[in-house]
Design a binder for this molecule. Sequence first.
Ligand SMILES: Nc1ncnc2c1ncn2[C@@H]1O[C@H](COP(=O)(O)OP(=O)(O)OP(=O)(O)O)[C@@H](O)[C@H]1O
Ligand SMILES: [Mg+2]
Length: 545
Amino acid sequence: MNEEHREELIAQADSIYPSRVNITIYDLDAFLQGGTLAVGAYLHLEDNTGKVLIATIENISASGTEAEDQGAGRVYRLAGQPLGMLVNGRFERGNTAIAFPVQKVELASHGEIRKIFEESVSDGDGFCFARLASDVDIRVPLDGNRFFNKHIAIVGSTGSGKSYTVTRILQTACQTRAGRNNAHVVIFDIHSEYRAAFPDANCLDISNLALPYWLMNSTELQEFFLDTEGNDHNQRNVFKEGVIMSKAKHFKGPEELRNKLTLDTPVFFEIEEVLNYAIEKNEEMVAGARGEKAGPLNGKLSNFIDRMETKLGDRRLAFLLGERARRQSFDAVLRQLMGYGTERSNVTILDVSGVPFEVLSITVSLVSRILFEYGYFYKRIRSASGAEIHNDVPVLLVYEEAHKYVPNTGSVKYRAARESIERIAKEGRKYGVSLMLASQRPSEISETIFSQCNNFVAMRLTNPTDQNFVKRLLPDSMGSVVDSLPALRTGECLLTGEAVLMPCIVKIQSTDCPPASNDIPYWSLWQEPWHELNIDAIREQWMDR
Ligand SMILES: Nc1ncnc2c1ncn2[C@@H]1O[C@H](COP(=O)(O)OP(=O)(O)OP(=O)(O)O)[C@@H](O)[C@H]1O
Ligand SMILES: [Mg+2]
């Protein structure tokens, strides 16, 4: 029996399609040679011109019994997905033009896979935060420029490891032997998780954050001060008149611009003056035929005035309306958000856990918009001076639980945040402002935003609606790889997109400095003797919100 014939009997390719290869294995032991047969493992197919196709195993089935095959053993059938060709020793994704008949079918060797991944990025070690799940000795480097330049989505059920992954990615990006680098990241931290992971971060929460209300645009101002569910033109008009009057009064710029001020112009106004104007209109008496009569808006603005007074008296909103916030200069706001304070920081954590739910969308909108406009105006300066790279201080905005701020519903409640974040999703790339979204419910996130993401980290996902949603958005014909999503272990994910050589299941590397998102050990805690609870301390926290 010649060499060629013997190999055919071990395994052979029955059919090859652009997105599928079907293989029969006749002699399993000889085929495996000590390796293991598993979904996700890599295959090496070679034609008689020496071209090599790399494919990944999608499913495995066995047919026939030893008795039926008269001692020839069981026959195994594999379906694989072609990933690309090895051309002159280098892997080329997408190209699957191998000639039929296939001469040789075998499991790709550890060395071969390692070489493919190692050589996949040109810049030295590449940007690497994960290893192949099926072979943790193999690093999976990414193209860091492509990864951060195009938006990133991290999806997975609760506890699948999203926060941990966000942490590991950002730590890798900010880590240098020399300490601080030029990375700029702003994290919207809804559960106070990230402070533990970034001890040197610039941490902002409602006690030290200052976001002046007068920086809000018209959508934000109206969402904040007006009853947006109702459609009260009187409120809207009086509010608008009051704001513009107050802006004009305090305006210190050139005279010809004073008449051009709008709700959107980011200049100082005194919110109390707007309130007083509304009170005036609400109590106004005008001359009538038989003496004085109630003015056109008399009594019609009472609800609006009540709302505004409640807001101005609410201590939890001091970061927007308080003395410190209203006096904060524009420069100081930008410095604070970009990590250019007295301490310089790569990571700014915006702990929004204390922000009252009803103003969360506005807060997120305002910060996102300020950072987008930073990129926009910085690009104008740099383009004017002929700089080739339009933003040499690019920034990444990280939204934890993104479905909370940018839901896929038309509700006016979230309009401000949705508008601001959608704008970044659509245009941010050009200005050096990109997004990283983490969510348990990808199907509930605005599709406009999600469909602009080019890099996906899909962790364990159990809900079928969410799985289907992810399937639709994934590039390449991912086929049944998506079916493995519900079975992924914590910290494992399907990594795909422009920055990675080929879609693969990886394990996110561990970190010494994890976020404070640990699972609570219920069973162990419940076994312990009764714990006293400091209700006084809890009440104080509660009342002090
Ligand atoms: N790559 C990993 N290596 C080791 N442990 C991990 C890894 N990823 C996650 N874990 C552990 O799994 C637990 C849950 O992770 P994490 O908090 O990141 O989940 P999550 O997806 O953000 O959940 P949620 O949606 O509820 O916020 C944590 O206790 C974390 O320590
Ligand atoms: Mg989380």
